[in-house]
Design a protein around this ligand. Structure first.
Ligand SMILES: [Mn+2]
Length: 328
């Protein structure tokens, strides 16, 4: 397991630092937030000054609930406020980036230049835009960043409150879609471990609860699924509904559950002028190749692209043409 193998290098960075900033990806989800909070707890036990950087203006419901419940327990700052909290000696500051390795995806890209010592802890594939000059702790075989952080907690027997164990578990449940994707024996073991610390499955369910209206909107897309080349599932929204990018991604996740499907593509409007495309793969179909031709990108399992000033059907035509060529 990557993070345990790299623990000495990681510990060296942590030991050197007096003040540590944690930053995950934009549009925080429970894996990003859970792993950040888990890391925060590890660092607090080591008596470090710690700040969690959050610039998102809006949060999805689970994240919103956790942030409300944790109000006051964690030092949260904005990217712009990093300057005020830096330790005077530059080399004594450390930035830990969690649940992404891409510069453009972090909460505040400018922070990357403000702190020289950097560690990235992530489970997504490396690629174009991967943060440079950082200790890279990356394992794309792991279900989630929460799984990585919990491995550290277990290895060092860090005492954590059952509430934090619950948040870490919810990150794993989210990223594995209820233990159906990227789940290994280690994932189950780590989840068992969190449960033994008092993580509550019921509370996880509460954090991951969905909005009925949003669910219904998503189901609409499930009624027009097509298959392409026999192993690719495709669906698209109508032009009069706007979806959040996470919703398109959730539908793409769901499409992978059907027989013979290796990859999925979902198209929908994400704001007035932008069309979003979300793609998923079980790992055998190269979605990145297709997405890059469309101006987007991703990794082995997840990817996306966006299009301005065009229509859903035009994007659909482009995508289908590429997929057909791929199938020939
Ligand atoms: Mn994740």
């Amino acid at each position: 397991m990557g993070i345990i193998k790299e623990r000495k290098k990681l510990n060296k960075e942590i030991r050197k630092a007096k003040t540590i900033f944690l930053m995950a990806h934009k549009n925080l989800d429970l894996d990003a937030l859970g792993s950040s909070i888990g890391m925060y707890m590890i660092l607090k036990r080591r008596k470090k000054n710690c700040y969690l950087i959050i610039d998102d203006k809006e949060h999805e419901q689970g994240v919103e609930k956790v942030l409300k419940e944790l109000d006051g327990c964690i030092d949260i700052i904005k990217g712009d406020e990093v300057k005020e909290h830096l330790y005077p000696r530059e080399s004594k500051n450390l930035l830990i980036v969690l649940d992404t390795n891409k510069s453009e995806l972090v909460q505040n890209e400018k922070v990357l230049n403000k702190i020289e010592n950097k560690v990235v802890i992530d489970h997504h594939d490396l690629g174009k835009g991967t943060i440079k000059n950082a200790l890279m702790i990356n394992d794309n075989k792991v279900s989630s960043t929460c799984e990585m952080i919990t491995s550290m907690i277990e290895y060092y027997d860090v005492e954590i409150d059952s509430y934090y164990a619950t948040i870490l578990l919810s990150g794993i449940v989210l990223d594995t879609n209820n233990f159906t994707l990227n789940t290994t024996s280690e994932t189950f073991y780590i989840s068992y471990y969190l449960t033994s610390l008092g993580a509550s499955a019921k509370k996880v369910q509460y954090l991951l609860k969905q909005d009925i209206g949003e669910y219904t909107e998503r189901q609409k897309l499930m009624s027009s699924i097509e298959t392409i080349n026999g192993n690719i599932a495709f669906t698209k929204a109508t032009a009069n509904t706007q979806y959040r990018r996470e919703d398109l991604a959730k539908i793409a996740d769901t499409l992978l559950f059907f027989n013979n499907i290796e990859a999925s593509f979902v198209i929908g409007k994400i704001n007035k002028t932008t069309i979003g495309l979300s793609a998923r793969s079980l790992g055998n179909f190269d979605i990145v190749k297709i997405l890059e031709k469309l101006g987007g990108g991703g990794d082995t399992y997840n990817g996306a692209a966006r299009f301005e000033d065009t229509t859903i059907s035009k994007v659909e035509q482009k995508l289908k043409k590429l997929l057909k060529e791929e199938g020939e």
